[in-house]
Design a protein around this ligand. Structure first.
Ligand code: RB5
Length: 148
């Protein structure tokens, strides 16, 4: 199951991504927003990130105007490693090296064609483990220390 959400700025792109994933037979859980009325991205990012952190959804995709606010919110949730990507190289590397479990996209920055390729790259790329696991363990140690 892939979790997805957006704010008003990301609505169109989120709907395109959702359609694209459903056509590829992914199950998608849509956490809103569902219309173009102005709303607050933290509300949606938090609910979506919690579903990934709890293991209800395997990965999550967040769409706002820049992707910045959504990614900041998601990274506040314990266990979330959210990467804001505007290119396929970063989407591939963040899966291979950072084992990112959430992807943030900026609808006002990245065109739909590229965004769909970034999504595919993110979902199709496996974590490489090895030395990267050691670094992620250190990252999660920081999270644990800071949350005390
Ligand atoms: C909404 O205007 C905008 O601030 C939001 O979509 C996002 O870009 C925040 O980081």
């Amino acid at each position: 199951m892939i979790a997805i959400c957006c704010d008003h700025a990301g609505l169109e792109l989120k709907n395109e991504i959702k359609k694209h994933l459903e056509e590829k037979n992914y199950e998608v859980k849509d956490f809103g927003t569902y219309d173009a009325n102005s709303c607050d991205y933290p509300d949606f990012a938090y609910a979506t990130a919690k579903s990934v952190a709890a293991g209800e959804c395997e990965k999550g995709i967040l769409v706002c105007g820049t992707g910045v606010g959504m990614s900041m919110c998601a990274n506040k949730v314990h266990g979330i490693r959210c990467a804001l990507c505007g290119d396929c190289f970063s989407a591939q590397a963040t899966r291979q090296h950072n084992n990112a479990n959430m992807l943030a996209l900026g609808a006002r920055v990245t065109g739909a064609g590229l965004a769909l390729k970034i999504v595919d790259t993110f979902l199709d790329t496996e974590f490489e483990g090895g030395r990267h696991q050691r670094r992620i363990d250190k990252m999660m140690d920081i999270e644990n220390k800071e949350n005390q």
